[in-house]
Ligand binder design. Sequence first.
Ligand code: SF4
Length: 69
Amino acid sequence: MDHRIDIGWTACEGDGLCAELLPDHVTLDEWGYPLVDSTPVPARTVKRARRAAADCPALAIKLTARAVP
Ligand code: SF4
């Protein structure tokens, strides 16, 4: 099972909180909107990613789990 971060672009408010909470996976573009890398979230970071999703003021962060064949 691996986890990936997706952003709901129509909901994102561009406040940059996710980049502060998940600096290893999220950077900000020149307008302050998140750029998410496409790598799986390591198991040690999943709890922090869940918390970032819960703390996102727009609830725009989705953490999805996918089965690894
Ligand atoms: S914390 Fe949520 S609203 Fe803020 S920039 Fe990240 S995805 Fe967008």
